[in-house]
Ligand binder design. Structure first.
Ligand SMILES: O=C(O)CCC(=O)C(=O)O
Ligand SMILES: [Fe+2]
Length: 524
């Protein structure tokens, strides 16, 4: 009996009405689905095999009947009386014998009971699994397509390559079929991702041609979607929407089908430009940083350094590897600060309460991830608070000094739009803010290596952080006067290939206004 071992919610089925799981947003849920499908596939193979055998038996039966009873009476007229025909069959020793044999052995063994039994088994298994965890829905499929389209847009994918399984230079064997890429094209067109839709339509078309496949997508629906996408684009273009719309072209498509996309033109024009100089520069800087660019001046970069930090005696035994990514405001990455055992403990402790991060909530940053909050007692063997205190000199563990540890997990396409970690609320209206003060530092630990994508990008600083397993990045989210430091704008670039897990600890101002160290930089 299959009992899922690796379930998003631990071993217990959820109590109360099943909540929809954000399957496409979380590597945990996706992994669970993948694990479940291993079992379903096994049952399907058994069932298909049984059906195949059954079909073979049915064919053998038909052949026997046709070769004996039909052949033996083929000299009789088409409209002969069936009784006369039956008499003829019964009179011939071989046709009669073959008939008796069929009745005696075949009808009971046409295999129906085997395949029927397997069909019941399969149905039971699927019902059982979908009873424990709700099945992915249309909404999840939408999330899954959004994730693909986000990766497509941010990394300006060469879709011909991607759809064949070449994931930004990493060759895999799995691509999309023409009907699958067409489905994404239709979804993109419907959601006004005009430039993306056109790419998917072109890929669909070239695949159809290449494979000479005239069945899976009809020429009519392909042409129709093309036409509608162009018409709708041009209508919006005429309404001057190209001033705000990210997915448009620089010209009307009906006049120039090869017009460049706004993304590609603006990307070249605006990357590296300061926000003060162009209102849209921030967006294109973020894209460029996600694509691995860096806009710190070479002279400035030359002043950045790595060193072994031994301020605390603890670090004589385990020297702390520090890497300065920006002087002022400070951005610093510490390497090898936690090992696999702690990482495992954190993921495991977070698993039972992972939930979808709020999306489309006014005031909240759009993010596609799942997360959970861990108190120290949830991870007694991974005392991260003390380690952060040793590394940073901040108050982390005391009352109101920090928040619980946030564990977040992203799946492919998962991202966080640019934001500030300080919340900037009004302490007179918010008792918790009054008690703790606003967030003052972010200490973000990367719990695994991401194969492609998933950088943390800082568009104002013009730099990005590579998610290196076991490393952590530290910055001040607020100025010394407690106000949000606008230079610390940052976001998480979409994951392209792999998983991304992070653990974040935010310290708060009231317990930390005396701890603000100026000695993290080795020069001071
Ligand atoms: O995942 C990342 O790299 C950044 C996440 C982040 O900025 C946040 O959770 O506030
Ligand atoms: Fe953040």
């Amino acid at each position: 009996q299959y009992t899922p071992e690796y379930t998003p919610q631990g071993k217990e089925p959820p109590k109360g009405p099943p909540q929809p799981f954000p399957y496409a947003l979380s590597s945990t849920y996706l992994t669970y689905l993948a694990r479940t499908e291993v079992e379903i596939h096994k049952e399907m193979v058994k069932y298909a095999q049984a059906l195949h055998e059954r079909l073979g038996m049915i064919h053998a039966y038909l052949q026997d009947y046709e070769e004996s009873s039909i052949k033996g009476t083929s000299h009789m007229p088409e409209d002969a009386d069936p009784w006369q025909r039956a008499t003829q069959i019964a009179a011939h020793p071989i046709t009669a014998y073959r008939m008796v044999r069929r009745f005696a052995t075949e009808f009971d063994h046409l295999g129906s009971h085997v395949s029927q039994q397997l069909e019941r088994q399969l149905e039971e298994r699927i019902n059982k699994l979908s009873g424990v965890f709700p099945w992915p829905s249309e909404k999840d499929l939408g999330d899954a397509m959004d994730a693909i389209l986000r990766v497509h847009y941010v990394y300006n994918l060469n879709l011909e390559e991607f759809a064949r399984g070449n994931i930004m230079g990493i060759k895999t064997d799995v691509g999309f079929t023409p009907s699958q890429s067409f489905k994404i094209a239709e979804y993109a067109a419907k959601n006004e991702y005009y430039s993306l839709a056109l790419d998917w339509l072109r890929v669909t078309e070239s695949r159809i041609k290449e494979e000479n496949d005239t069945i899976s997508v009809s020429g009519f629906s392909l042409a129709n979607t093309y036409k509608r996408n162009i018409e709708k684009h041009d209508r919006d273009f005429d309404r001057n929407k190209h001033n705000s719309h990210l997915y448009m072209f620089t010209e009307r498509l009906s006049e120039n089908p090869n017009a460049p996309t706004l993304r590609s033109v603006n990307y070249e024009k605006l990357k590296g430009v300061a926000k003060e100089d162009h209102p849209e520069a921030g967006h294109y800087n973020f894209l460029a940083l996600c694509n691995g660019e860096n806009f710190q001046r070479p002279r400035y970069q030359a002043t950045l350094k790595c060193w072994y930090d031994k301020r605390h005696p603890y670090f004589y035994l385990y020297p702390l590897k520090a890497e300065l990514l920006n002087h002022e405001p400070l951005l610093i990455q510490f390497h090898d600060i936690i090992g696999d055992a702690w990482t495992r403990d954190m993921k495991k402790a977070a698993m039972p309460t992972l939930q979808r991060a709020p999306q489309n909530v006014p005031g909240a940053t759009p993010r596609t991830a799942v997360y959970a909050w861990l108190e120290d007692e949830h991870i007694p063997n991974a005392p991260i608070g003390r380690r952060i205190e040793l590394i940073t000199g901040l108050h982390v563990r005391g009352m109101n000094a920090s928040e619980a540890l946030q564990i977040a997990s992203y799946a492919y396409g998962g991202h966080v739009s640019t934001h500030f970690d300080s919340l900037g609320g009004n302490p007179d209206k918010d008792p918790i803010l009054k008690l703790k003060g606003d967030r003052v530092t972010t200490f973000l630990v990367y719990l695994n290596e991401v194969q492609k994508g998933g950088l943390t990008a800082f568009p104002v600083l013009g730099t990005h952080v590579q998610p290196v397993k076991g490393s952590a990045v530290l910055w001040y989210t607020a100025l010394k006067n407690g106000q949000i430091d606008m230079r610390m704008l940052h976001g998480a670039c979409p994951i392209v290939l792999g998983h991304k897990w992070i653990a974040t600890k935010w310290t708060h101002l009231n317990k930390n206004f005396l701890t603000r160290p100026c000695d993290l930089n080795p020069d001071i």
